[in-house]
Design a protein around this ligand. Structure first.
Ligand SMILES: C[S@@+](CC[C@H](N)C(=O)[O-])C[C@H]1O[C@@H](n2cnc3c(N)ncnc32)[C@H](O)[C@@H]1O
Length: 338
């Protein structure tokens, strides 16, 4: 079967449109298109360098990076069927690049990279150190975790073992899981002498995708670690988690959504709101629920910044204080025109 994504055509063996899908050779997941869009969006705004798509599968991500940015890409996959498929897909798109059939650890250690993509089935935690040790100064790691149930659902204890933070269920679970995941990446960097700067992070569908830039600098590292804290949320302890900014303002300034999928554009529209506050407000307040957009407009009319968050469909991020927010919420509920 042949499918299109971004500027490439791909032969795939098994396609999947929604959810985590299957573990099988030649597997292509349309649900992860946004995570690939974001890789392209970040890399095309930077000076081109060497990129490793270390778990390439069909080659979808690496081939898109090669076709849509000026980066020099190496594809790798441990699975022979995927390796052969990635080679056919490179030919299908007239792309001439290195394609390897190696274990991740061998591939990543072959040289120093400016970008390393880690996209395994399940937890990526065991792959992080090797990437950090083979990243050039100020290089970027793009990493997916699909075991979100470990930080949000039934296996919270397992999440604590893997990522070193206590999560919780409920409306904040997706933001908390993202912040605990980011924490675990930043801590690994710090232990290896690298300060990590989160560029962009999304929690959508069944996965978290983070892009972190790592550079030398112990003082910066200490400042980042100071933002790793335990928090009390809904009367329960959560974390430790990263409470600093999830988005780099300079990246948001330059990033473009041109040519990306509608879902990616929708998510990108909210990126600027995410760091307005830690967690978010919600329009859920007792029996009557005002329209989210009415509430956002009312907050803005009062001179504050406000917008939707990708962490919760009924969430609002704003720089307004809790007290003023509650006041505005009550007035909007009572249909009071501000
Ligand atoms: C989720 S799929 C990758 C999807 C692909 N990146 C994409 O965007 O369509 C995970 C891939 O990692 C490969 N993989 C798993 N463990 C690996 C390892 N230790 N070294 C290299 N590849 C590995 C699998 O064969 C599989 O193709």
């Amino acid at each position: 079967m042949i499918i299109d994504e971004g500027k490439v055509r791909l032969e795939i063996i098994r396609g999947f449109e929604a959810g985590p899908g299957f573990i099988s050779p030649g597997f292509y997941n349309r649900d992860m298109e946004t995570s690939r869009d974001l890789t392209v969006a970040i890399l095309r705004m930077l000076k081109p360098g060497l990129a490793l798509d270390s778990m390439a599968g069909t080659g979808a991500r690496g081939l898109r990076v090669a076709a849509e940015t000026g980066w020099k890409v190496t594809l790798n996959d441990i699975c022979k069927t995927n390796y052969e498929l990635a080679k056919r897909n490179a030919r299908l798109n007239d792309l001439d690049l290195e394609i390897w059939n190696l274990n991740y650890f061998t591939a990543v250690a072959a040289r120093k990279w400016d970008y390393i993509d880690i996209d395994p089935y399940g937890t990526p935690i065991g792959f992080i150190d090797a990437a950090l040790m083979n990243l050039r100064n100020n290089g970027i790691i793009g990493i997916t975790m699909t075991d979100t149930a470990n930080l949000e659902g039934k296996s919270i204890k397992k999440g604590r073992r893997l990522y070193g933070g206590l999560s919780q269920r409920g409306i904040y679970s997706r933001e908390i899981s993202t912040r605990i995941f980011i924490k675990s990446l930043l801590e690994r960097g710090a232990a290896l002498g690298l300060a990590g700067k989160p560029l962009i992070s999304v929690r959508e569908k069944h996965y978290i995708r983070a892009f972190i830039q790592f550079g030398k600098g112990s003082k910066v590292s200490d400042a980042i670690l100071a933002r790793i804290e335990k928090m009390e949320i809904g009367g329960k302890e959560a974390g430790p988690m990263y409470t600093g900014n999830l988005y780099d303002p300079a990246t948001l300034e330059k990033i473009s959504s041109e040519g990306l999928s509608a879902n990616t554009v929708k998510l990108m529209n909210n990126f600027r709101n995410e760091d307005l506050m830690f967690l978010f407000f919600t329009n859920e307040n007792g029996s009557s629920e005002p329209k989210l957009m009415d509430l956002i407009e009312s907050i803005k009319k009062e001179g504050f910044k406000a917008g939707r968050t990708n962490f919760y469909e009924k969430g609002i991020k704003s720089d307004v204080s809790e007290e003023i927010f509650q006041d505005i919420l009550k007035r909007v509920q009572n249909n009071f025109t501000l």
